[in-house]
Design a protein around this ligand. Sequence first.
Ligand code: COA
Length: 377
Amino acid sequence: MADSDVARGLEGITVAETRLSYIDGEEGQLVIGGFPLAELAGNATYEETVFLLFEDRLPDADELEAFRSDLAGRREIGEEVRAVLRQAAEEEKPAMDALRMGAAAANLGTGEEDPETDARRVIAVFPTIVATYWRYRQGEEPVEPREDLRHAANYLWMLNGEEPAEAEARGVETYLNTVVDHGLNASTFSARVVVSTESDVVSAATAAVGTLKGPLHGGAPGPVLQDLQAVYESGDPEGYVQEKLDAGERIMGFGHRVYRVRDPRAAVLSEAAEQFYSDGGDAEFFEAAERYEEVAVEALEEHKPDRRLETNVEFYTAALLHGVGIPRELFTATFGISRSGGWMAHSLEQLEDNRLIRPTSNYVGERDRSWTPVAQR
Ligand code: COA
């Protein structure tokens, strides 16, 4: 294969069939389990969304309660995992490192080995891992999970030690539904590669957390919030964006590998954020974010006229999560809490009709070196 034939970044290469989510990058459409995102995100509980991904249909009321309480019963972590998270917090490791460490230990003490129960455990335990780490980071003791609360509300409960207001829980739940699955994104691909070797779903989740950590994938919303706060304070989004572009920096929260229009998740999250902020939040902060979006899209159009760089999911993730009180340091880990549902559904889907994922590379190194003993080099 000639060098020019290498599909760098695997762009445009199709390597799996999935019934989980459909993306139209030209039209800006996202369908999850057959539902347009806008219909699913604000209506479903996170448990319903995960059931939909696993079973390809919505549960009835009894099935939903059984699924919810099964997940709720898998939330607790043992003292040995707490000790690792405490240490990670003491060393001020990023939350994604703590989540990776906790994810790797997800099947410790569970005594179960079938992929479906391990998948449920991964999803159930992620919020506990993140919240436990965060409590230690704040110098506080962890808060035990509550089985009577929904996934989203329980996450806020474990972070804050207070039962959240319904608006906050709903804001988090809309977010969790919105980013749960997104085609063959890099971390989902990682998960599928891992299980394609007939490894296990906990290993898949661990690899996926590592993949999500990077700023080109899930690491952008923290920096977006810093940008939002900076322009809110300075009141000069134009100057701020121009300075970044002049310095050769990327504007976080814009551009996407697949979308050439505004990310449909941005619309859902901006609506959820607007609702949240207008209902007793800092409405001026939200208005400043909207203004910054306008300015940045315009500046990026001038900067790269031949590549449409529109708002991606991370932009309003930052605004919404900040509004509902999730600390910036936990934005990417909260993304992981949601996406674990997609990772596990993709892992199970891969196992249904598995073929080892093993692409090829184009060798560009030397071919005819002859060995020189170390003393003669
Ligand atoms: N700000 C400024 N320039 C950008 C940009 C941004 N946010 N996103 C892309 N570009 C530019 C690149 O510099 C590149 O220019 P070049 O051809 O002169 O090198 C061109 O647009 C194409 O970018 P490329 O990196 O090839 O696109 P990609 O498909 O590999 O990357 C992202 C997609 C998301 C990684 C990229 O748009 C990005 O880095 N965005 C900012 C980070 C972010 O928001 N990540 C969250 C993604 S959901």
